[in-house]
Design a protein around this ligand. Structure first.
Ligand SMILES: [Zn+2]
Length: 302
């Protein structure tokens, strides 16, 4: 009988995480290795193949890939993204890997994978429409309806990090434009806003700690960010009226930001009914990307 081992791959700018995922969404075996993005296309491809080999041991039935940036899901092409070099643009990843491994390969944006995993196996389990938000160094998102990713025409639906929420704000986003959700509420935003206020460069976690210990400038940064986070999430709720918003990523764990933001969301929603929509933290932890990628194959899950 043919093996049904399904592999999920989460490819980031610094590391590649690969996992064998069971039918019910458990990561049974995983491996993390460096992407070595700076070394260019050949090295990245070599590391992707090595990551797959380390968990599949030649027995994979299908592979799903999640990767940051724009992905042509239908044609299986990684188009471009913020964390990988120019040499790794317009890469026909699905064809390259299918030709080599002779098994089905599927690819999508990593935040789509996160949202899918949380909707099917995580915090959003049992809910019809789930919006997933990744709140980390940057901000990504995905919309899942009835267990399916809503992709839009270009598979760019859910790029919520680039919603303009501060029209007159000069905070620069990772994309180069200003006033975007990501420029005002991400980990990068926290560090930049703090630097603008104080002239000092601190990592986001150190800004959080400074705020906790009572530093006024750090507290002002967190307070501004909580406002921005609330505006962004309220906008998502107004756009989709989802059954749940699930927020993951490192910054979602920061209570000092999370608690005031959750309070403020309610104030910004125009209908009482919308205020009942749960906005919750993700349940699957760092494996969500791998699980969501494996779900893309259609070979696991309900
Ligand atoms: Zn942007």
């Amino acid at each position: 009988m043919k093996s049904q081992l399904v592999i999920g791959l989460d490819i980031g700018g610094t590391k590649i995480r690969a996992g064998a995922v069971s039918k019910d969404g458990q990561v049974v075996n995983s491996e993390t290795m460096p992407t070595e993005a700076a070394k260019g296309k050949a090295a990245i491809l070599r590391n992707i193949e090595a990551a797959i080999a380390s968990v599949s041991k030649g027995k994979a039935a299908a592979i799903g890939i999640g990767i940051a940036g724009l992905v042509d899901h239908d044609r299986g092409i990684y188009v471009q993204g913020p964390n990988l070099p120019k040499s790794f643009q317009n890469v026909p990843l699905v064809k390259l890997l299918t030709d080599k491994l002779k098994i089905p390969v599927t690819i999508d944006n990593d935040a789509h994978c996160f949202a899918l995993a949380e909707a099917v196996f995580g915090a959003g389990h049992g809910h019809k429409t789930v919006v997933g938000v990744t709140l980390g160094t940057g901000i990504g998102g995905g919309v899942v309806m009835d267990g399916q990713i809503f992709r839009g025409r270009d598979n760019a639906a859910g790029e919520i990090g680039h919603m303009t929420i501060g029209l007159n704000h000069d905070a620069v986003c990772g994309c180069g434009q200003t006033g975007h959700f990501e420029a005002l509420a991400s980990g990068n935003a926290m560090a930049k806003l703090y630097k603008t206020k104080t002239g000092n460069q601190l990592a986001p976690v150190d800004v959080e700690n400074a705020a906790k210990s009572g530093e006024k400038e750090a507290q002002a940064v967190i307070s501004e960010m909580a406002e921005s986070l609330a505006v962004g999430i309220a906008s998502i709720i107004h756009a989709f009226d989802p059954d749940m918003v699930v927020v993951g990523g490192g910054l979602a764990k920061a209570n000092i930001l999370w608690e005031p933001a959750i309070q403020k969301i309610r104030e910004k929603l125009i209908y009482g009914q919308l205020r009942d929509i749960p906005v919750v933290r993700a349940a699957l932890g760092p494996d969500a990307g791998v699980i969501g990628a494996a779900l893309l194959t259609g070979k696991i899950g309900p």
